[in-house]
Design a protein around this ligand. Structure first.
Ligand SMILES: NC(=O)c1ccc[n+]([C@@H]2O[C@H](COP(=O)([O-])OP(=O)(O)OC[C@H]3O[C@@H](n4cnc5c(N)ncnc54)[C@H](O)[C@@H]3O)[C@@H](O)[C@H]2O)c1
Ligand SMILES: [Zn+2]
Ligand SMILES: [Zn+2]
Length: 354
């Protein structure tokens, strides 16, 4: 099969022929990959920077962890996944034995291994994952409302749903920092879930241009204007109730803290490139809650996003709109470059016709 492979511990990837993966355990599932999204992690892996070197301990390997496909083979002990099922995949393979796993908090597993990071992933014609990581879409027909492109973004959408719904947003004023694919999805989910005002920031106008369609009331370019001024535009006087940080930029975190109401809750998803200072006195005296968010809740987030997408055509349209480009897998270099330069939104590779 064709696959995109990290062949050595250095920058770059190669589009190569490799043997198809086979089921290693009786609970494994083999999936024909149809679409797979490019994520920031994939850019780190391509560049082989220090964060990739820290994460990836098994070279050579095939990257790719945001995907949608069709099941072609199941192990003898697999009960709930059938050949022909159309599925997405949860990228974190957990140990099932640590304290958190045993307590049902599998997203907090201390021994979690990443598909496409620490084991072979989905930038290939086939991928093999454990059955418990398979998310079967309810309707297996090719005309399902969960299209291949929507199915391919369940991983980042799950990040957005986890981030947005960590704290109640009904009737609340929400500030989102970073209008990348995940920040835009957060806006759509917050709107769907009943937020009052939604403000979103970025430093790139073309990303902010997508914010209104995603459901935001105001889009703020923080290279030119301040979040404080947008509060006035909205008629807000006390500050935001819920903050969703999806940029990873220290200045965004600082400005968010400055613009929260007392008692505000902040979900932090964006990954900063380095340590940085914040105003702890504000966090303490304003009784702010800072909550780190990693991955998706297994599997309540999956349940929530499936249910919300199936019940709302509007939300489906808003999430699909964050996918700006679908390229043949052979054009992976172009896709990575578009993702690296943030020229569009989410970039998806088509593995169906390689
Ligand atoms: N915690 C997790 O489990 C997890 C999972 C996936 C992604 N992430 C992180 O979430 C973040 C969002 O992911 P994405 O795919 O949307 O990334 P992205 O890089 O496409 O989007 C980030 C956006 O933030 C903007 N930005 C930069 N500086 C800013 C500033 N000062 N203020 C406001 N916006 C600013 C960028 O222009 C960009 O549009 C990234 O940091 C990513 O690494 C975390
Ligand atoms: Zn990802
Ligand atoms: Zn565990």
């Amino acid at each position: 099969m064709k696959a995109l492979k990290k062949v050595g511990a250095s920058a770059g990837l190669e589009f190569v022929d490799v043997p198809e993966p086979h089921l290693e355990r009786s609970t494994d599932v083999k999936i024909r990959v149809l679409r797979a999204g490019i994520c920031g992690t994939d850019l780190h892996i391509l560049a082989w920077d220090s964060s990739a070197q820290d994460m990836c301990d098994t070279v050579p390997f095939i990257p790719g962890h945001e995907f949608y496909g069709e099941v072609v083979e199941v192990g003898s002990e697999v009960l709930d996944v059938k050949v022909g099922d159309r599925v997405s995949g949860e990228g974190h393979v957990v140990c099932n034995i640590c304290r958190n796993c045993r307590a049902g908090r599998r997203h907090m597993c201390r021994r979690s291994r990443g598909i496409g990071v620490q084991r072979d992933g989905a930038f290939a014609e086939y991928v093999v994952i454990p059955d418990e990581n398979v998310w079967v879409h309810e309707n297996n027909s090719k005309t399902d409302i969960i299209t291949p492109e929507l199915g391919a973004v369940f991983d980042p959408l799950g990040n957005a749903v986890h981030t947005t719904l960590k704290f109640p947003v009904v009737g609340e004023d929400v500030l989102i920092t970073g209008a990348g694919p995940i920040g835009l999805m957060c806006a759509a989910v917050a709107r769907h879930a009943g937020a009052r005002y939604i403000a979103i920031t970025d430093v790139a106008d073309h990303r902010l241009d997508m914010a209104a369609a995603a459901g935001a009331d105001v889009a703020i370019n923080v290279a030119k204007e301040r979040v404080r001024d947008s509060q006035a535009v909205l008629g807000m006087i006390e500050g935001f109730d819920v903050g969703l940080e999806t940029s990873g930029n220290p200045s965004a975190v600082k400005e968010m803290i400055d613009n929260m109401n007392h008692g505000g809750k902040i979900s932090l998803l964006g990954l900063p490139a380095r340590e940085f200072e914040i105003n702890w006195t504000h966090v303490i005296t304003r009784m702010l809650t800072l909550q780190g968010i990693y991955g998706r809740e297994m599997f309540e987030t999956w349940n929530a996003m499936s249910a919300m997408l199936r019940s709302s055509e509007k939300l489906r349209g808003q999430i699909l709109a964050t996918v700006t480009d679908v390229l043949p897998a052979e054009q992976w270099e172009k896709g990575y470059e578009m993702a690296r330069t943030a020229a569009g939104g989410k970039i998806v590779l088509d593995w169906e016709n390689v």
